[in-house]
Design a protein around this ligand. Structure first.
Ligand code: P6P
Length: 342
C-alpha cells in the first residue's frame, strides 16, 4: 500500500467532493488530539495519570484521571479552529458551546473521550470514540436539543484505539478505513482501506455474568449459541469479552463477530449500559460502512430518534447475519407476547 497519510487521504476525499474543508479540519484536529491522548495513556504509571480523579460524571461513574485529561485535550484542541458549533461528551452534563472568543462552525462533535477507562489501571486497550453531526440551520447558540439527531444524520464517526499500536478507524460515509500511528513521524498512515465485517460469525462478545438478569429472548438466543453444533444453530461458537467497547468492536471490524450489551434487570430504570449518542451511533456507522449491522435488539440502531443527550441503549452490532438472528429472537418473542394478549 502506498504511504498515504491521514492528511493525504482527507485531501483526496475533499478533491472528490466527499468532504469539505471544515470537516477535513475537524477530523485532523480530533486525530491530533488522539495523538496527545495516546502519549498520556502510554506513559501509564510513569505519567502519574493512573487511578481515580476524585470526581464523578453525569453517568454516576467515578472518573479516572485520564477520563478528565482526555476530555480536556479534546475540548482545547477543538475550541479555536472555527469548524465547530459545540461539543458534547460522556464526561460533561451538558453540551459545551465553542467560546465566544472563537469563530463557530457548522458541526457538532460528540465524544466518549476515553472509553473502557476501567481497564486503564490494568493496562488493557482503551479508546476515544467520536461522532460528527451538522448543527441545524440557523442555530447560533447550540444546546443539548440540537444534538438529538438519529445516527443516520452523522457525517463522520471514528475511534482511536490505544493498544499495542495506536489506530484511528474512520468513516466519512465512504467506507471504513484504518490508520496506524507512525510514532517516529507522528502521522496516522493508511494501513487498511475498506474494512469489511464478514456477514456470518462464530464469535460473540458479551458479559455473561449478567445472564440471570436478561429478558427471555436474550436468554434463548445465548442458550442456543452455547448449545453449539448439536443445538439449533448447528455450529460451535467462541466467546470474547474485553470489556472495552473500542477493543471489542475493533476485533469485530477486523475478523467479524457480534458485540452485545443487552438490557438487563440489574437496574430496570436503565434501558442499557452503553450510550446512544457517542458510543452506539458512531460504532454503528463504522460497522454499517464496513458491511455489518447494528440494532437495539428490535430496530436499526441509527434510526432511533434520541430524546436525551446521555440516553442509554441495548446494543447488538457486528456480522449482519448474526445481528439479524439476535434481532429475530427479540421480534419473535414480542410477536408471541402480543398475540397472547390479543
Ligand atoms: P462491563 C466500559 O466501561 C464500557 O462502557 C464499554 O467500553 C464496555 O463494552 C462495557 O462498558 C463493559 O461493561 O459491565 O462488562 O464492565
Amino acid at each position: 500500500m502506498q504511504n498515504i497519510s491521514l492528511t493525504r487521504y482527507l485531501i483526496e476525499e475533499q478533491r472528490e467532493d466527499r468532504i469539505g474543508a471544515d470537516l477535513r479540519l475537524l477530523i485532523e484536529v480530533v486525530a491530533r488530539a488522539c495523538k496527545t491522548i495516546s502519549v498520556a495513556v502510554g506513559k501509564g504509571a510513569l505519567g502519574g495519570v493512573l487511578g481515580e480523579a476524585g470526581s464523578g460524571n453525569i453517568q454516576g461513574e467515578a472518573q479516572k484521571k485520564l477520563d478528565v485529561i482526555a476530555n480536556d485535550v479534546l475540548l482545547e484542541a477543538n475550541a479555536w479552529g472555527g469548524h465547530l458549533a459545540a461539543c458534547a461528551s460522556e464526561e460533561m452534563d451538558h453540551c459545551h458551546p465553542i467560546p465566544d472568543v472563537y469563530p463557530r462552525g457548522n458541526y457538532l462533535l460528540l465524544f466518549d473521550p476515553l472509553d473502557g477507562s476501567s481497564n486503564i489501571d490494568v493496562n488493557v486497550s482503551v479508546g476515544t470514540i467520536f461522532s460528527v453531526l451538522r448543527c441545524p440551520e440557523g442555530v447560533t447558540q447550540a444546546a443539548d436539543e440540537h444534538f438529538l439527531q438519529p445516527g443516520t444524520e452523522q457525517v463522520s464517526a471514528g475511534y482511536c484505539i490505544y493498544g499495542p499500536s495506536t489506530m484511528l478507524v474512520l468513516t466519512i460515509g465512504n467506507g471504513t478505513h484504518a490508520f496506524t500511528l507512525d510514532r517516529e513521524m507522528g502521522s496516522f498512515m493508511l494501513t487498511q482501506r475498506e474494512m469489511r465485517v464478514p456477514a456470518a460469525t462464530k464469535e460473540f462478545a458479551i458479559n455473561m455474568s449478567n445472564q440471570r438478569h436478561w429478558e427471555a429472548p436474550m436468554q434463548d438466543y445465548v442458550r442456543d449459541l452455547l448449545a453449539g453444533e448439536t443445538g439449533p444453530r448447528g455450529k460451535n461458537f467462541n466467546m470474547r469479552w474485553i470489556a472495552s467497547m473500542v477493543a471489542d468492536v475493533h476485533r469485530i471490524l477486523t475478523r467479524g463477530g457480534i458485540f452485545i450489551y443487552p438490557w438487563d434487570r440489574k437496574d430496570p430504570t436503565k434501558v442499557g449500559k452503553l450510550r446512544l449518542m457517542y458510543e452506539a451511533n458512531p460504532m454503528s456507522l463504522l460497522i454499517e460502512q464496513a458491511g455489518g449491522a447494528s440494532s437495539n435488539g428490535r430496530m436499526r440502531m441509527m434510526e432511533i430518534v434520541p430524546t436525551q443527550l446521555h440516553q442509554r441503549v441495548p446494543v447488538f452490532l457486528g456480522s449482519r447475519e448474526e445481528v439479524a438472528k439476535a434481532t429475530e429472537y427479540h421480534l419473535a418473542h414480542d410477536a408471541k407476547a402480543t398475540s397472547a394478549v390479543a
